[in-house]
Ligand binder design. Structure first.
Ligand SMILES: [Zn+2]
Length: 163
């Protein structure tokens, strides 16, 4: 499953990439470009614009109208509607900035771009094949895990209310 998101969903694009989904996001893409991109590349169009959503549907372009106000609710909606997974697997995660794949690098390689304190604290490092940014599972992952757990809880609650 691949996605293209509208200019209002930049935050969601970052999450989808971290979850391993190839996601196109460029705040400058207008509605026609988004529709064309989705049709040509066979990607799901995610939008907060009801008008754009209706245009996509009328052209048989797979689209979801994203309703929630928080990333947790939006992710839960996509888990429910499209069955996306809400766990990050470092083997398939993508760069949140550019959607390219990451590859694991040695501590030596990482030492060029990772602060000494983090280099000491953490074991594993990854580099983006596109923009070259280096990643590690640092302290900010507490917040990432909490967000995903909340999204999983919301999607479970929604399943129950549906029954
Ligand atoms: Zn990148």
């Amino acid at each position: 499953m691949r996605f293209v998101v509208d200019g209002m969903l930049g935050g969601l694009a970052h999450w989808l990439r971290m979850l391993g989904y190839e996601t196109e996001y460029d705040a400058k893409m207008d509605d026609n470009t988004l529709l064309e991109h989705s049709r040509l590349n066979d990607t799901f169009l995610l939008t907060r614009d009801e008008e754009l959503y209706k245009r996509a549907r009328s052209r048989s372009i797979a689209s979801v109208l994203v309703l929630g106000e928080t990333e947790e609710i939006r992710l839960a909606q996509l888990a429910r509607d499209l069955g996306i997974g809400l766990d990050i697997d470092m083997a398939s995660t993508r760069c949140p900035e550019c959607s390219s794949r990451l590859r694991e690098i040695s501590r030596d390689e990482a030492s060029e771009s990772v602060p000494a304190a983090s280099l000491k604290l953490y074991e594993r490092f990854w580099r983006c094949g596109g923009c070259g940014k280096t990643y590690w599972v640092g302290s900010h992952w507490k917040k990432i895990r909490e967000t995903l757990e909340e999204a999983r809880n919301i999607s479970k609650r929604n399943e129950h209310t549906k029954c």
